[in-house]
Ligand binder design. Structure first.
Ligand code: BES
Ligand code: ZN
Ligand code: ZN
Length: 482
C-alpha cells in the first residue's frame, strides 16, 4: 500500500501537503499558519498554485484547488503536483485534509492523482538501477482526515490507489514501442492479469482466427510477420445482473499499410491499441474491485504493416459476419478488425450492452481535438450515462450522430460495404456507421472514438504519451450500472 489513512501525521512524514479551495473561508483557514497575514497576500488558492513554507523543519506545500473543484480537478491538480515535485519529495509525505476542510468524497480522486502523478515515462532508460521499482520510488503517503477510522474513507483511498496502479500498467503498455509490443504481448498481458486477479482469458492464435472465420482481422495482419490474435476475457461476479461486452481496437502499430501514412507523427501509431488498453485496464480493475457485473472483453489485435503480402486498396475481403468488404483504404484498418470483434461479441454472447473503444479516426481529432472522445450510440439512456461518467471523471465524451443520412457512404459497387467513402468529410461518423453494420441491430451499443484522447500532451514528457483514457470512465460507468 502506498497510501495510508491516519488520524494524525507521524514524524516520518517529513513534508506535508494541505489543499485549499478558493472561497471565503480561505483567510480563516490560513490563520493557523505562522505569518498568516503575509500568507493570505501570497496564496489565493488558485487552481494548481503551489505555495511553499516551513513549519519547523517540515516543508509545507499549500496547493490551490480553485473555485468549486470537481473530481476531475482533484485528480489533475494532484497528478501534476506529484509529477513536478517527485524528485524533491521525501520518502513519506503527509497530505492533510483537515485544515483545508476537504470533504471525504474527494479521497478517491486525491489518492488516484497522487499515485498516477508518480508515473515515469522512461521505461527504457539505461541509467536506472536494475531494481527500479515504482513502489520504491514513489513516496508513501499518509492521508490525514478527521474521521480516519471510517471504513468508507479507507475504502475510497484503496479504490483510488488500485485504479492508479492499473492505469500505470495500461500506460506502460501504451507507451511501449512496436518493437517491444506485438499482438502476442497484449495477449500475455491479459493472461497474466487474468491469473493474478481471477478472470478467464482465452487467446485465439492465427490458425484459430482463420478457422473460425475472423477473416477481416486475418486480412489486416497479412502485411506483418507478427501474427494477429484474438483475445477473449470474461470476468463475472455472483451478484452480476448485467452482461456487458467491451470491444477494443488492438493495432499495435499502424503504418497505414499500402495506403502508407506520412512519416511525420507516424511514431505515435504505437498507441493505436488505445481501445484494447482501455478494455484490458477496465476488466483488470473490475476484477480487482470485485464489481458486481459480468464483463466480456474482446480484443482483435494485429499490426497494420506494409509488405508484398499486405492487403491492397480495392481488395475485397470477408468477415466473421459473412459480409464482404471492399478495402478502399488500407489505413482504415481499425474498423475492419472491430467489425470482426463486434460480430463475434454479437454472435457468441447474449449481451445487455456493447461498448467499443478505438483510436479510430483522425477526423474525430479534427472535430473534437484532444478534449473529448467521440460518442456514437443508438441508445439515449446509454448516451446519458456514459456522458455523465465522462464529466465526472474528466475523461469526457461528446455525442456525434449516427443518422442514416450517412449510410449511403458505405455502398460498394462490388461488395456488401466499403471501408472508406473517399471524401474528406464526416470521417468519424462514416466510420461509426460502418461499425453499426456489424453490431447487427443490437439496441444498446456505444462506440467511443478515442483517437484524440488516448495519447496526449501531459506533464509526463515533452511528446505525447499514454493517458489511460477509458479506464476511469468505464469503471465509473460500470459502478453505476449495478
Ligand atoms: N489509427 C488511425 C486513426 C488515428 C489518427 C488515431 C490519429 C490516432 C490519431 C486509423 O487507423 C486511420 O488511419 N484512420 C484514417 C482513416 C481514413 C484512411 C479513412 C484516418 O482517420 O485518417
Ligand atoms: Zn489506419
Ligand atoms: Zn489505426
Amino acid at each position: 500500500m502506498i497510501l495510508e489513512v491516519v488520524s494524525q501525521l507521524t514524524e516520518t512524514a517529513q513534508a506535508v501537503i494541505y489543499l485549499f479551495r478558493q472561497d471565503d473561508t480561505l483567510k480563516a483557514r490560513l490563520a493557523s499558519f505562522s505569518n498568516a497575514d503575509l500568507l493570505t497576500e501570497d496564496f489565493k488558492a488558485e487552481a494548481k498554485h503551489v505555495h511553499v513554507l516551513y513549519e519547523g523543519s517540515r516543508k509545507v506545500f499549500l496547493i490551490g484547488l480553485g473555485k468549486s473543484p470537481k473530481e476531475a480537478d482533484f485528480v489533475k491538480i494532484l497528478r501534476s503536483f506529484f509529477y513536478k515535485q517527485k524528485k524533491t519529495l521525501p520518502d513519506t509525505i503527509g497530505l492533510s485534509l483537515i485544515k483545508g476542510g476537504i470533504e471525504f468524497q474527494w479521497v478517491e480522486a486525491i489518492a488516484n492523482g497522487c499515485i498516477v502523478g508518480s508515473y515515469d515515462l522512461g521505461l527504457y532508460k539505461t541509467d536506472k538501477s536494475a531494481e527500479f521499482n515504482f513502489f520504491e520510488c514513489t513516496p508513501k503517503i499518509q492521508l490525514e482526515t478527521a474521521e480516519s477510522g471510517i471504513e468508507s474513507i479507507i475504502e475510497s483511498a484503496r479504490i483510488g490507489e488500485m485504479t492508479a496502479l492499473t492505469q500505470i500498467r495500461v500506460m506502460d503498455l501504451m507507451n511501449a514501442p512496436s518493437n517491444k509490443k506485438n499482438p502476442l504481448a497484449l495477449a500475455d498481458w491479459a493472461v497474466e492479469s487474468g491469473q493474478k486477479y481471477g478472470y478467464s482469458v482465452a487467446i485465439f492464435d492465427e490458425k484459430k482466427c482463420e478457422k473460425i472465420g475472423l477473416k477481416a482481422l486475418v486480412a489486416v495482419s497479412k502485411g506483418s510477420k507478427n501474427p494477429p490474435c484474438f483475445i477473449v476475457m470474461e470476468y463475472t461476479h455472483p451478484q452480476a445482473t448485467q452482461k456487458i461486452g467491451l470491444v477494443g481496437k488492438g493495432v499495435t502499430f499502424d503504418t497505414g499499410g499500402i495506403s502508407l501514412k506520412q512519416s511525420t507523427n507516424m511514431h505515435y501509431m504505437k498507441s493505436d491499441m488505445g481501445g484494447a488498453a482501455a478494455v484490458l485496464g477496465t476488466i483488470e480493475l473490475a476484477a480487482k474491485l470485485q464489481l458486481p457485473v459480468h464483463l466480456i472483453g474482446i480484443i482483435p489485435t494485429t499490426e497494420n504493416s506494409i509488405d508484398g503480402l499486405s492487403i491492397k486498396p480495392g481488395d475485397v475481403i470477408g468477415s466473421y459476419s459473412g459480409k464482404s468488404i471492399e478495402v478502399i483504404d488500407t489505413d482504415a484498418e481499425g474498423r475492419l478488425i472491430l467489425a470482426d470483434g463486434l460480430s463475434y461479441a454479437r454472435q457468441n454472447y447474449e449481451l445487455d450492452c456493447i461498448v467499443d473503444l478505438a483510436t479510430l479516426t483522425g477526423s474525430c481529432v479534427a472535430t473534437l481535438g484532444y478534449a473529448a472522445a467521440g460518442l456514437f450510440t443508438n441508445n439515449e439512456s446509454l448516451a446519458q450515462s456514459l456522458y455523465e461518467s465522462g464529466v465526472q471523471t474528466g475523461e469526457k465524451l461528446w455525442r456525434l450522430p449516427l443518422w442514416d443520412d450517412y449510410k449511403d457512404e458505405l455502398k460498394s459497387d462490388v461488395a456488401d460495404v466499403k471501408n472508406f467513402h473517399g471524401k474528406p468529410i464526416a470521417g468519424a461518423i462514416v466510420a461509426a456507421k460502418f461499425l453499426e453494420v456489424f453490431v447487427d441491430e443490437h439496441a444498446n451499443w456505444a462506440h467511443l472514438d478515442i483517437a484524440g484522447t488516448a495519447f496526449g500532451d501531459s506533464e509526463f514528457g515533452t511528446m505525447k504519451s499514454a493517458t489511460a483514457y477509458g479506464v476511469r470512465l468505464l469503471t465509473h460507468w460500470l459502478r453505476r450500472q449495478v
